[in-house]
Structure formats: C-alpha cells, structure tokens
Design a protein around this ligand. Structure first.
Ligand SMILES: [Zn+2]
Length: 256
C-alpha cells in the first residue's frame, strides 16, 4: 500500500513539474512577454579553486549575452531590449545527474531527462519570482583533469547544462556556449558536424553565397566555427566572432 502511495505521489510531482515546464515553454516561445534567463553557477567538482572562481563571477560577466541577442534580433526587425532579462543567481554545489554515455538507449535518455528535471526542480530558487529558463553553468577546475562532457539545452524543460572550465580567460568563450545552448532551448538546431566539429555547408555558414566561399567572416552561432579554407575551420571564442543567421532566426520564432 505504502509503495503504491509513494508511486502515486511521485507521478503527481512529475506531472506537475511537466505541466509547469510546458506552460513556461509556451511563454518563452512567442517573444511578446519578458523572457527571464536565470544563470545558476554550479561548483561541479567541490574544489576550492572552482568555488573561488565561481564566487568571483559578476552579472557583468554575462552582460554580453542579452546585448548579443538584442542586437541580433534588431537585425531582423525585432525589438527585444525590454524582453530579455539575464540574471546571475547565487551558486549551488549540487551536481546534476550525468548525461547518458554515447550509444545509450532511448529509455536511459528518458530516465535521465526525468532525473534532470527532478534535480533542477529541487534546486530551483525559492524567491517566488517567475522565471522561464534556467541555465546551469557547471564549473570544474582545470586541475581535476576530467574531460568535460558536452553541454545540453533541453527545449522541453527550459533547462540548459553548460560545462565550463573554471578559468578566467575562458569567460568569453563560456558565453558563446551559453548562447548556443540557450538557442537550442528556443528551438534552434545544430549546424555543424558533430563528429568533426566542421560547420555544415550551407546552413552552418553566415555568408553561404560569398565568392570566394572562404574565409567566412563569422561563425554562425549554431555552426560554432567559421570555415577559413577548404580544410580548415576556426571555433568561435567570443560572441563578437559569431552571427545569428536567418535560418536560426526562423527556427527560434524571430521571423514572422
Ligand atoms: Zn548544439
């Protein structure tokens, strides 16, 4: 009896978590109301150096995120300066469930996605404010030597997990990854070859019709890198080296 009751309670909680997220998702998609993006730093490896780095983060470190989105939207005739709000929250030290290994089955991914939502729900902020999107920045010390797993933006759940080295010079690059994952949450697709990292022609190019085709002046934000010759490409290290293409703008609902 107790076991059944526990399952019923768990299902009820999952359904309410799911319901909240579906509601938030529709709010985030039409770009008419304020879209709040909460950045939550996570001390993912419990290291002192990481904690020190995380405590040194300031809201201005993420200012360029809203600036980039606002400026990009302006290019498509959309005024977002009062729409996008980026807030830096207090750090937490609870790490999320690990992303299933490559080649894991569909069931593993479903269980992971549910566990992730449960974890995020447990780590939400108790300030009773409305929020739409939560981006967890998972910082790890470079000294730990661990390889970073890939970052993820879950559209159905409005959650992003961004893996980052706790290194001051990497801050600008972190914002590139952050915006990339954020755009996944809004519905943008990857425009690079996952196996090689190479931007896919033509969708991963900012200027696919340029003659000569190389070097491309910018990296498309979902293509991650700019092709500089037939066999060389350069991964963008800062947002100013990227542009948000018309294709991506269409995917995230900026083109009416
Ligand atoms: Zn991606």
């Amino acid at each position: 009896m107790f076991k059944i009751l526990r399952i019923v309670v768990l299902l009820f909680v999952l359904a309410s978590v799911w319901g909240t997220y579906s509601m938030q998702q529709s709010i985030a998609e039409d770009w008419s109301g304020v879209v709040t993006i909460k950045i939550i730093p996570v001390i993912a490896d419990q290291q002192l150096n990481t904690a020190k780095f995380v405590r040194s983060l300031r809201p201005k470190d993420f200012d360029e995120v809203s600036r980039y989105l606002t400026q990009s939207a302006k290019g498509y005739g959309l005024e977002l300066s009062n729409v996008i709000q980026v807030d830096l929250e207090a750090p937490i030290s609870s790490a999320p469930p690990s992303i299933p290994q490559a080649g894991s089955g569909r069931i593993d991914h479903i269980i992971w996605a549910l566990r992730l939502r449960w974890w995020a729900w447990n780590n939400q902020l108790n300030d009773h404010q409305d929020y739409h999107i939560r981006l967890f920045m998972l910082y790890q010390s470079p000294a730990s030597g661990a390889t970073l797993s890939h970052s993820t933006g879950l559209r159905n759940g409005l959650i992003g997990l961004i893996n980052a080295r706790a290194l001051r010079p990497n801050k600008r690059f972190h914002n590139v990854v952050l915006v990339h994952e954020l755009l996944h949450i809004f519905g943008a697709t990857d425009k690079y070859d996952i196996a090689t990292g190479r931007p896919i022609y033509p969708q991963g190019y900012v200027s696919p019709n340029a003659k000569p085709r190389w070097p491309q002046p910018y990296a498309e934000i979902m293509g991650r890198a700019r092709q500089i010759s037939a066999d060389r490409f350069e991964v963008a290290e800062r947002l100013s080296q990227t542009r948000l293409s018309e294709l991506t703008a269409g995917e995230i609902g900026w083109l009416k």
